[in-house]
Design a protein. Structure first.
Length: 571
């Protein structure tokens, strides 16, 4: 392939006599004139040594670079941050998690802008890094291919497959006397046996499925577990394919459309995916100037059958999906049922329908049901609205038996206080935990509550209490746990006005979340409400709290594509 550098962003750092100083830097790194004359492809990964989720990304990035080079491009590797939720969970570090999504998108944007790269291949391994890189691709709108780093292999404990969630729940068993310290230690030593992201249908694997369904990733590329060398083959092909996208000038906003976002929401519901997708899909849409908020997401959830028997609500993990035929067989059966738009462009340069032509649904497996034989007729994630959440809330119902709950509120203004209550068994059957001031602005940072919900489950109370929060839940959370309550407490949403003993009614069948308190009483409480001061009065979290919007719109921090006068790709 021959490329005209005069039409590409990298001309600003490589073409003409005035760019001699810039070229001298490239010579210093071992490039020659031929290399400098080719398109520059940013190969960005969220590699780090914080956790197993990202540890295999640098290896896969080398394969991407080989693919770029083979297809007549010049790869330029860089890393950006990631915050791994499994390590950040259950303490103040979790305030960094959602904020990291914006930092990943922003830092990728700045690196590409500053160095005038012509395209991106992005590799991500943990929860916020996947949407963060997809957001950056859509914001910059240069030809891009996304690639997931792959899931962890399941651990084995007493003959059963286990994940890190089993360890979180075992903490609850230990605190209630149902497990010994020796058993807890034995489990923690075997639960995570390899590199890769959490194996259940938690946020990482949910967004990996999204990457294929939305069209930004090569078919099958999200399937193989992180240690498998097959991942390197897909990484190599991703590097080659991005050069095809440059040649054809196929950009992320040609791929991410209203229809492809609906496809993405469909696969979240069909796989019983993470409630965090209710934040990430609106944020990706925002980068393209498309309105696709929580209301739009839950409308798709309502009409999508639940097909994948995956943890935490089901039996299987990501490795089992891979062995059953990969994400394309899920998309294929959804397409056959009329739930997927087939005319959406993808990074293959073909439409979704064309990609699916050679895919056959595998009937010799139990992991994925066909569209006409679902686990349940509606999706594994449900939206709720009512006077307690006028702008909406979200709950994962996959695997839940009881979709209705009525109980008395017990209120906490941070997660630590709620966890202490659980640890000391200071609650009763029928209680509704209300954890507030944990929203995007109020936290700041919208923490996940897995430590608390897992401890409740470990104590055998998972189906006997409910929990609502303006914060988030891990994709690994199970039980009647309602997150993203909007407006949040920090802006005097109704959740700020709840008092101990108030009756709360939750109904995931009709999508209702009600506080059974008269309107005049709420108005009186509102008149006495005072804005809560946080401990974060400088630094990144302060800056985030000043710019972040509502969870119902994706918790975004800038005006988005609707306010653009140009895109980076057209400089």
């Amino acid at each position: 392939m021959k490329f005209d550098k005069n039409k590409l962003p990298s001309r600003h750092v490589s073409v003409g006599p005035e760019r001699a100083p810039h070229r001298s830097y490239y010579y210093a790194m071992g490039l020659n004139e031929d290399d400098i004359g080719k398109p520059f492809v940013g190969v960005v990964s969220t590699w780090n040594e914080a956790a197993p989720c990202n540890i295999a990304l640098m290896r896969q990035a080398q394969s991407v670079k080989k693919g770029v080079t083979q297809a007549e491009g010049t790869p330029r590797e860089f890393c950006t941050i990631t915050v791994t939720d499994g390590i950040a969970m259950g303490h103040q570090g979790m305030k960094s998690s959602l904020v990291s999504r914006e930092v990943i998108a922003d830092s990728t944007e700045l690196t590409v802008r500053g160095h005038c790269y012509d395209a991106i291949v992005g590799l991500a391994g943990c929860d916020k890094s996947l949407p963060g890189l997809m957001m950056a691709m859509c914001r910059l709108n240069v030809p891009s291919v996304f690639m997931y780093g792959g899931s962890i292999l399941p651990g084995k404990y007493k003959g059963k497959d286990v994940t890190v969630v089993d360890v979180f729940e075992a903490v609850g068993k230990y605190s209630s006397g149902n497990a010994t310290e020796e058993e807890l230690h034995e489990l923690e030593c075997v639960a995570c046996p390899s590199a890769g992201a959490c194996g259940g249908q938690f946020t990482a694997n949910t967004m990996a499925c999204v990457s294929e369904a939305i069209g930004l990733a090569l078919p099958y590329s999200s399937g193989a577990p992180a240690p498998y060398e097959e991942r390197d083959k897909y990484a190599y092909e991703a590097g080659k394919q991005v050069m095809q996208l440059i040649e054809k000038n196929i950009r992320p906003r040609d791929i991410v459309t209203r229809k492809s976002l609906e496809n993405a929401a469909t696969i979240v519901a069909a796989t019983g995916g993470s409630t965090n997708a209710g934040l990430h899909l609106p944020a990706i849409a925002h980068e393209c100037g498309i309105k696709f908020d929580l209301d739009d997401v839950v409308e798709i959830f309502k009409r999508t059958p639940y097909l994948a028997d995956l943890k935490p609500g089901g039996q299987y993990v990501a490795k089992d999906v891979y062995e059953a035929g990969g994400v394309p067989i899920i998309i294929k059966t959804l397409f056959e049922g009329g739930y997927i738009h087939g005319d959406c462009m993808t990074v293959t340069g073909k439409t979704m329908k064309e990609n699916l032509e050679s895919v056959k649904f595998n009937k010799e497996q139990n992991v994925i049901r066909s569209y006409d034989n679902p686990l349940s007729p509606t999706g594994g994630v449900v939206g709720l609205k009512g006077n307690l959440a006028p702008d909406g809330a979200i709950v994962k119902v996959a695997g839940m038996e009881n979709l209705k709950f009525k109980g008395k509120a017990i209120c906490f203004d941070c997660e630590e206080d709620a966890f202490e209550c659980v640890k000391n068994n200071n609650y009763s059957e029928g209680d509704v935990f209300v954890i507030r001031y944990e929203g995007p602005k109020g936290g700041p940072g919208m923490r996940e509550m897995l430590s608390t919900t897992a401890a409740i489950y470990g104590q055998g109370m998972g189906d006997k209490v409910a929990l609502i929060t303006d914060g988030r839940f891990s994709g690994a959370t199970r039980g009647f746990c309602v997150g993203h309550v909007s407006p949040e407490a920090a802006v005097c949403g109704t959740i700020a006005l709840v008092q101990d003993g108030d009756e709360i009614i939750l109904d995931a069948e009709i999508g209702e979340i009600q506080l059974n308190v008269p309107e005049n009483v709420l108005e009186e409480r509102k008149s006495k409400w005072k804005e809560r001061v946080t401990d974060f009065n400088s630094g990144t979290l302060w800056k985030y709290s000043k710019t972040v919007g509502s969870a119902s719109s994706g918790a975004v921090t800038h005006p988005g594509a609707k306010e653009e006068t140009h895109t980076y790709a057209d400089i």
